[in-house]
Design a protein around this ligand. Structure first.
Ligand code: ATP
Length: 288
């Protein structure tokens, strides 16, 4: 499989009012086309910063990100991001169908085709009947499915997901994990997903990248040798799964004294800038 994403010597230091904060140490890895790679790490180790640098939302202090060989400078057109907070990702004044259509405006000139692509993406996530509703009329899990459909509708080369299932209840989380596995198998998607949930990383991933504590660097790149067909009951009960999740837990915590992680400052500013730009555009266009 060709390399889709190549991250080399990536590091990021934030400027703060007290000086500087080194959020990512020295991170290098690749993701091949069609792979689903999970990133796990302790709280505050720089997982979200890593995703933001890969998506072009922030420029890394050092290192390089290549998407199918091209350097990432700004958000690439063929990259989509799903954030944890679906309530801020969707536009409440647009119907579900229009929300999914919206990012296609700059890529697909014919409106009929935009409609068709959005209809198709809603079908992929099992929401064919919800196109005419508004986001606030849907449950949290359904809203996150809309956000996933919106990301998939543009047929991105790379789908980045930042704790995408962290804001829904446990049962919905399992359903959304299975939905992601199904959709990615059906459409050969390439996915990089950040999670703090060890079990989720093993259940979803073809590989798990384990980050050290802050400033994060990759300590292990673990192959997940589970069958492609996964099931919430039997896969999680299998001895291979239990061994892998213990291994990831050991890598994350092994040898470390049991200390409380320092509280992380969630950087919602970059997400907000991304979303604000899209919001501004919805208001400045006439046919939405
Ligand atoms: N805009 C910012 N300015 C200064 N420091 C920041 C900024 N954004 C994040 N940080 C700090 O950088 C470090 C890494 O943050 P990041 O959100 O990337 O970690 P994370 O691993 O995703 O955390 P969590 O698991 O808690 O979501 C943290 O110590 C955080 O406080």
């Amino acid at each position: 499989m060709p390399t889709m994403l190549e991250v080399s010597g990536l590091g990021h230091t934030y400027k703060t009012k007290d000086g500087v904060h080194n959020a990512i140490g020295d991170v290098s890895f690749t993701v091949n086309a069609g792979e689903l790679v999970c990133v796990v790490g302790p709280s505050g180790c720089g997982k979200s910063t890593l995703l933001r640098t890969i998506s072009g939302l922030i420029t890394p202090t050092v290192g390089e990100v290549l998407l199918h060989g091209d350097p990432v400078r700004g958000v690439p057109a063929d990259l989509a991001v799903v954030f944890q907070d679906y309530s801020r990702s969707l536009f409440p004044w647009l119907s579900v169908q229009r929300n999914v259509e919206f990012p296609l405006r700059t890529r697909v000139s014919a409106r009929a085709e935009r409609r068709e692509r959005a209809r198709e993406a809603l079908e992929w996530v099992g929401l064919s009947a919800a196109g005419g509703k508004y986001p606030w009329q849907l449950s949290g899990g359904m809203q996150q499915r809309v956000a996933i459909a919106r990301a998939l509708a543009s047929r991105p080369s790379l789908l980045l997901m930042d704790e995408p299932f962290a804001s829904v209840d446990a049962q919905t989380r399992f359903e959304l994990e299975d939905l992601l596995l199904r959709v990615r198998a059906e459409h050969d998607s390439t996915v990089l997903l950040v999670t703090h949930d060890i079990d989720e990383s093993v259940y979803l991933g073809d590989r798990v990248l384990v980050l050290s504590k802050s400033p994060g660097s990759i300590t292990t790149d673990l192959d997940v040798n589970l069958p492609d067909e996964r099931d919430q009951i039997t896969t999680r009960a299998s001895s291979e799964f239990v061994e892998l999740r213990s291994e990831v837990a050991r890598l994350l915590h092994g040898g470390e004294p049991a200390t409380r992680p320092s509280p992380s400052v969630p950087d919602t500013a970059a997400n907000d800038r991304f979303l604000a730009a899209e919001r501004a555009e919805t208001h400045s266009t006439s046919d939405t």
